[in-house]
Write a protein that binds this ligand. Structure first.
Ligand code: SAM
Ligand code: SF4
Length: 319
């Protein structure tokens, strides 16, 4: 469907839960979050109703995210049922990778097409510190597993934080020499816990690119949020996601569904529409989704406000 600014919206990102098995410093409070009551969280059957209604409006691509989507049992079932919905061509997940190794094959079999794995450092101790307790070896094994079973291209999401992981940028870039992965450097956003780190920690994609002239620009897909580069003769690619320094709102093709059953037309806007009362009526559901697509703002204002307009944190939206 075309939104109010002429953009074609064909991508729905779904946050399945706001709970997580990690506590990344820029995302989750150290003490964790209050557990929601069951009735306040969308059930998988309800999610499938929403995906079906969205597919009628031309949504072709689904991404399951969170919180951490893989802490949910039966995610394989959800992926399988999603793949049966006519019009859905692509089903991806964004995960921290901790629980992925053992279930990657089953998820692929169920219909998962692609996976984004978050990894902000290649050093064991630093990983444990950033995630407040995670084991990097599980993530590295998951990446290898996904490559070996052809769940590719594996995209590695790396949020850059000055003073924390900017000393490892070249190690991440060098990873693409031998591994067929796409390392995507993401600018730290002033949202949720990221707000506290933003002032001292923000590093623009331009700052990184200036230090690595050996990165050769590639022609990017028009709707891709990442600008892509490559080292000569490397197996993988390097991407830059620059929501602040080079925002891509004019090419935005997505809407977001939170686990609280609200649609967010824009990641950084407080505007949300609740789908709760329409879940049993496909016609009404489709019409509210249509309204949310049509009401997508033209752009966010993060780079000027230095603060997200969203009232939800990243772990509630899914990135
Ligand atoms: N738990 C999964 C994971 O970590 O991949 C999925 C949810 S997580 C909220 C989705 C993405 O948002 C991750 O790649 C994470 O690094 C990113 N993220 C979280 N807070 C952020 C912030 N303040 N700025 C930029 N990216 C952020
Ligand atoms: Fe959890 Fe992902 Fe947030 Fe880290 S970034 S705390 S893994 S939801």
């Amino acid at each position: 469907m075309i939104d109010g600014y002429g953009r074609s919206i064909d991508y729905l990102r779904i946050s399945l839960t706001d709970r997580c098995n990690l506590r990344c410093v820029y995302c989750m409070p150290e003490e964790g979050i209050d557990k929601k009551a069951h009735e306040d969280i969308l059930r998988f059957e309800e999610i499938l109703k929403i995906v079906k209604a969205a597919s009628i409006l031309g949504i072709k691509k689904i991404r399951y995210t969170g919180g951490e989507p893989l802490i949910l049992r039966n995610i394989g079932w959800l992926i399988k049922e999603t793949s049966k919905i006519p019009g859905i061509e692509d089903i991806a997940i964004t995960t921290n990778g901790i629980l992925l190794e053992d279930i990657a094959e089953d998820l692929k079999e169920a219909g998962l097409t692609r996976v984004n794995i978050s990894l902000d450092t290649l050093k064991e101790d630093k990983y444990t510190a950033i995630t407040r307790g995670g084991d990097i070896n599980k993530v590295l094994r998951a990446i290898q597993k996904c490559i070996s079973i052809g769940l590719t291209p594996v995209k590695i999401n790396t949020v850059l934080i000055k003073g924390t992981n900017d000393d490892e940028i070249s190690d991440f870039i060098n990873l693409t020499r031998e591994l067929p992965v796409e390392v995507r450097f993401i600018e730290l956003m002033p949202i949720g816990q990221g707000e506290k780190l933003y002032e001292d920690g923000f590093m623009s994609s331009g700052e990184v690119l200036a230090k690595f002239p050996e990165l050769i620009p590639l022609e990017s897909n028009k709707v891709s949020t990442a600008s892509l580069y490559k080292l000569k003769e490397a197996k993988g690619k390097v991407g830059f996601i620059s929501p602040l320094s080079c925002k891509f709102c004019s090419q935005c093709n997505r809407i977001r569904l939170t686990s609280a059953a609200t649609i967010k037309p824009c990641l950084h806007s407080a505007k949300e529409l609740s789908l709760k009362s329409f879940l049993d009526n496909e016609v009404l559901l489709t019409s509210v989704l249509k309204e949310s697509i049509y009401s997508k703002p033209s752009q966010h204002n993060l780079e000027c406000d230095k603060k997200s307009g969203s009232e939800r944190a990243m772990y509630q939206i899914g990135g």
